[in-house]
Design a protein around this ligand. Sequence first.
Ligand SMILES: [Fe+2]
Length: 200
Amino acid sequence: MNEAIKPSSVKMAETTKDHGKVPTKKKTPWAKFMTDDEYFPYLIKKNVRPAMWRWKDVEPQLQEVAGDPLRRADRRFIALVNADTGEAGGAVPSAFIGIQILNPGEHILPHRHNSYAVYHILQGSGYSILEGEKFEWERGDTFVCPAWAVHEHINTGEEQAIQYVFQDMPARAMERNLMWEEPIGRSFHMVEGEFSPHKD
Ligand SMILES: [Fe+2]
């Protein structure tokens, strides 16, 4: 097995040491029954309308985050969210689009997630280190970062670098299996509760 994706067995060993102490679940009130007449209407979702984000509107917002001090996320992007996707928080229900900006010299530190990422360079130049190899990029280039690949980005140019980023992050989040590691060595499951990628 690839060392990078070798699962940790620590938690399993701890929780199965003494089965007599494992609490027994008697009821799960959220386990429902539905007839077909009930189920199909439940399954039908409100349609998602086409949406468009214009550069003239995105650009000022990008410049605003570019001028801010770096905060919790240690990166600067504007997510293009179609409100019709509801809690999915996507451009469409399964996909995230973000426009990321790096000021000259800025560095997004190594991290990884089990959503894949497609990057297209709209402006500037720099490089990304993907799984220990350097990929230099400039305007017009496209590269992909597969799921769970460690990656970092550096703007080495004189101007701001702008990346168009496409990810399946909402699909992972909707399945409740979005996983993150940031910084390297701190892995977490992004579900409700104490975990989020960045804290103050
Ligand atoms: Fe990332």
